[in-house]
Design a protein around this ligand. Structure first.
Ligand code: SF4
Length: 151
């Protein structure tokens, strides 16, 4: 088993121990007491969130960020169409939907969000493939050009 997979499962196990406190944690991060008011629903969503984190290897990708060199220079192009796939395969506890069916993040641009990998997505072809993003693509970068373009 790869070390990154072991890391993901170890951290997921630790996070699983915190599930009973998830409504308080989610509420504090989002500054929204409704997560506590609906604590059973929040705990169920937190379990789904944790599953999404394991499925997307969120822990290891975050911790090992920058340590895996791209095989070849690439440039990411496109524009988000808000399908919600990259929100932990639509299981993020902070994912919400507009009336027109577009994904939106309930903690978008907040200090905590800025520390996550969300704001960097998608960085490369692997990211795009991971969530089957329908809107971004990866091109070979020209010599001397930046390796990726932020969405
Ligand atoms: S997967 Fe792509 S299109 Fe869908 S929300 Fe994420 S960036 Fe936007």
């Amino acid at each position: 088993m790869k070390p990154a997979v072991i890391l993901d499962w170890l951290l997921a196990g630790f996070m699983g121990l915190l599930l009973p406190f998830s409504s308080f944690v989610a509420s504090a991060i989002a500054s929204d007491p409704s997560y506590i008011r609906h604590c059973f629903k929040t705990t169920a969503k937190a379990a789904g969130h944790l599953h999404g984190q394991v499925k997307s290897r969120a822990f290891s990708r975050y911790l090992l960020y920058g340590s895996v060199a791209p095989t070849k220079p690439e440039k990411v192009v496109g524009q988000c169409t808000h399908c919600g796939n990259c929100c932990l395969h639509r299981s993020c506890i902070y994912l919400d939907w507009s009336t027109s069916g577009e994904s939106r993040c309930l903690i978008y641009s907040q200090p905590f969000w800025k520390k996550l990998a969300c704001g960097r997505y998608p960085e490369n072809r692997r990211d795009i493939d991971l969530y089957a993003c329908p809107s971004f693509s990866s091109e070979a970068a020209k010599e001397g050009a930046p390796e990726s373009t932020s969405p």
